[in-house]
Unconditional design. Structure first.
Length: 279
């Protein structure tokens, strides 16, 4: 089973890319760690009590649920506080993720996508067979954050800058990526002609979805499907599924090969460009 890590940054379009993948006819399952993050801090969960102890009673609403806006203001104020937040939630999230991955493997799924903005920061990139980065320019992130959350939760430009600064810049995540989905605002004019040849399934999606992003996702998913296509691909998948040690060895080998490649790029200081056209 190929485990793909899907990541991005605040307002980069990762959630849209995840929606497009889940809407594709290939029916690739997605494990959204943001969803798991909400589950582990539900009322009665140990992580919620730990957050109250670390950040104070103001992060808990009167009905016992988590006050996410207040937690965000406090936890993203400094790198040290962000580290505390991550330390409380990451362990619980990983346990749930592993249970879901095992379940999908038992069902015979060939590709599973793990969707999280902190794939690199949390070190999960090391255990993925492939990593996909949803990329856009920093100015696009700021504009989208203010448009989305300015009126809804009173997000100010200073708040937006603070939250953006709390995450690793997208440019720094490029070195970890095997594939990049470019969701920058300046792509619209470049795909006007190509849209006419887009698959029928993409035309049924909501129009506000970026045309460029939809086309890139279609090519990406097509490559995953082709990986297990044909006689050789089906035999490889059956060997991995029916003989668990074979699947484990191949998965570990692929992850280690990726780690070596990433470490080589990091040590060389080579800054890759955005290769969305190569998907």
């Amino acid at each position: 089973m190929l485990v793909v890590g899907l990541t991005g940054g605040i307002a980069s379009g990762k959630s849209t890319a995840s929606y497009l993948i889940s809407s594709h006819p290939a029916r690739i399952p997605i494990i959204d760690l943001d969803v798991l993050a909400r589950e582990v801090v539900a009322p009665g969960q140990p992580a919620l009590s730990a957050l109250r102890s670390a950040f104070g009673p103001s992060v808990i609403n009167t009905n016992g649920t988590l006050n996410r806006a207040e937690l965000g203001r406090l936890a993203f104020a400094t790198p040290e506080k962000t580290k505390i937040l991550n330390g409380i939630t990451h362990g619980a999230i990983r346990k749930r993720m592993i249970r879901l991955l095992i379940g999908y493997w038992l069902k015979g799924e060939r590709v599973v996508v793990v969707d999280t903005p902190l794939l690199v920061e949390a070190g999960l990139w090391k255990w993925c067979g492939e990593m996909v980065l949803v990329y856009c320019r920093r100015e696009d992130q700021l504009k989208r954050m203010l448009k989305r959350d300015g009126e809804r939760i009173g997000l100010t430009p200073e708040d937006a800058e603070q939250r953006l600064n709390a995450q690793l810049p997208l440019d720094d995540k490029l070195v970890y990526a095997d594939a990049v989905l470019d969701n920058s605002s300046n792509l619209a004019e470049r795909v006007e002609e190509e849209e006419r040849g887009a698959p029928e399934w993409t035309r049924r999606l909501e129009r506000e979805t970026s045309v460029a992003l939809r086309m890139q996702v279609d090519r990406l998913v097509g490559r995953w499907v082709d990986r297990y296509g044909g006689v050789r691909g089906r035999v490889r998948w059956l060997m991995q599924w029916l003989v668990p040690p074979v699947g484990l060895i191949m998965g570990v080998w692929r992850a280690m090969a990726r780690q070596r490649a990433v470490k080589g790029r990091l040590s060389s200081g080579r800054k890759p460009s955005v290769p969305s056209s190569k998907l």
